[in-house]
Write a protein that binds this ligand. Sequence first.
Ligand code: ATP
Ligand code: MG
Length: 431
Amino acid sequence: MAVLQRIKGTNDILPDHLGSGIFRSGLWRRLEETSLRVASLSGYHEIRTPIFESTELFVRGLGDVTDIVKKEMFSFTDRGERQLTLRPEGTASVVRAWIENGIGVSDAVARLSYLGPMFRAERPQKGRYRQFHQFGIECIGGGEVRHDIEVIAVFWNIIRSLGVSGVTLRINSVGCPECIPHYRDVLRAYFEPFIGELCDDCRERHRTNVLRMLDCKNPACQAVLSSAPPVTGHLCGECAASWDGLRHGLDLAGIPWLHDTRLVRGLDYYTKTAFEIVHEDIGAQGTIVGGGRYDGLVAASGGQAVPAVGGAFGIERMLLAMQAGDPALSPATRPRFFLVQIGDGVDDDIERLLSGLRLHGIYAMRADGSRQMAKQMRAAAKFASLEVVFVGGDEWNSGRLAIKNMDSGEQDTLVVGPAGVLACLLERAGA
Ligand code: ATP
Ligand code: MG
């Protein structure tokens, strides 16, 4: 029978000692815990929403002219003829949950974080998958520019805490319904004489979504696009003040930024601040974090008209960026002790020690199968154990404990005190 394989564009994330590269679960856990913890320092706490929602939610939330809605959604009809979609992103669901649970009533400014799998039917490649994962935060009700800075700073601090370097924060303003229609006219008129030189996508966007033309990656279009008039010259008074405040606030926070005049969102309810954090060395899929202000989304989703700002990063891309800085990415979880048996008659001692150590929260292992010394030592190394403890043999019988550090290769001998072996190991582990 043919062996069934995982679907293209999805990944198995294996235990650290079995996986390779970024697909090791200990790394994921470390990234997830760091992200949740750093976000919580600014008051962002985790919300978990379902993985599928009604298709309508994403069509309304993202707009039917976006790539995601036009060609990337995994949608299906269920047995009750309902149109459902595996979530392609997190914001629409979080906003729905905010409305549905009346969160705005108790928290005028609601700070929420989320993480989990997202689904998009894209061409799989390094850093681009069909099931991928995001960590995101949303500040719903936060209408001041300091909320924009707070959101950006959370991502910046996560990146720093994970030890990722070589990233650039890119910012722009995308205006508001007050000033953007005018800017669209300016852009459309600017592109008009060049339309014959541009790609098909650009030509279509010239009609449907002129802002998104700025986003085009086609090399043939770059010259025309890069000299387009920047939006920041066409902002209304309020948006201009917010744009000034953003740059000033980032300077105060010590976060370096770059003005990217071609960073756009292309949907009416994305307003003012747009930002991305880009890594220089992980190739074509270098955008790790994307976000911005979306003052019109909550109302468009059927809630009150409240301002909001948020963003998200791709967990796989963040891990690729971590790996670029530290190719070894030392496994997060290593056994503190690996008990190696010498001779017979110590089985009960080993089992008793393993139980005692684990009861005290210490990761402890022994070899499965063969009791040959070389095989046990190989097993200890495979788990990346920190220290091997030898149980049995002459030292053990004379009340001493031989311990080998697996990183340095150095061996120690401890005299077991009256409290016994377990107490001796617990003390050594600082437990
Ligand atoms: P891209 O320009 O790479 O397609 P996007 O604009 O579609 O990104 P967002 O919707 O802003 O991305 O999602 C935020 C982040 O999620 C991205 O910056 C990226 O890190 C990650 N991401 C998006 N799509 C994928 C995917 N298919 N596979 C892996 N990560 C992804
Ligand atoms: Mg995309």
